[in-house]
Design a protein around this ligand. Structure first.
Ligand code: FES
Length: 154
């Protein structure tokens, strides 16, 4: 289910942290990176690796918004449409994502590569319109720039 490098990373995380609970958030991050969300099997594996109850892993994963407990694309686009971004064309960019990639708000591309979430301010008003792809931040967006950015994730 997990790549060899992810399994190695999980072992390293387990060894680095003093307790399983301390290791849980970074371990879930690695697990989610593998397929874009935390499936029941992925959470069970994390529970095994950290030798902790599955219910604890599920409880933590479902508490934090950064963890996705339902199927998502491999990469998560978080596009801001709050005031600064809206004034500078964010809503046109939402239409562009829909028309070019078939990407609706809350939806996933047919190839499973990208999911889209519309966000409130993500703190990049000075370079609006802005978005995150996974944990990478991008500003000064245009249609052309979005195409160029998303190509890097394929
Ligand atoms: S309004 Fe979009 S980043 Fe602040």
């Amino acid at each position: 289910m997990f790549s060899e490098s992810a399994i190695k990373e999980l072992d390293e995380i387990r060894a680095r942290y003093p307790t399983s609970r301390a290791a849980l958030l970074p371990a879930l991050y690695v697990a989610q990176r593998e397929s874009g969300w935390l499936s029941p099997d992925a959470m069970e594996y994390v529970a095994q690796v950290l030798n902790m109850p599955k219910a604890v892993v599920r409880g933590v994963a479902s508490f934090y918004a950064m963890y996705k407990c339902r199927p998502m694309g491999r990469h998560l686009i978080q596009l801001c449409t709050n005031v600064s971004c809206m004034i500078l064309g964010a809503e046109r960019l939402v239409d562009f994502l829909k028309n070019k990639y078939g990407l609706e708000e809350g939806g996933t591309t047919s190839d499973g590569m990208f999911s889209l979430v519309i966000m409130e301010c993500i703190g990049g008003c000075d370079v609006a319109p802005s978005m995150l792809v996974d944990s990478d931040y991008y500003g000064n967006l245009s249609e052309e720039r979005i195409v160029e950015i998303l190509e890097r994730y394929k």
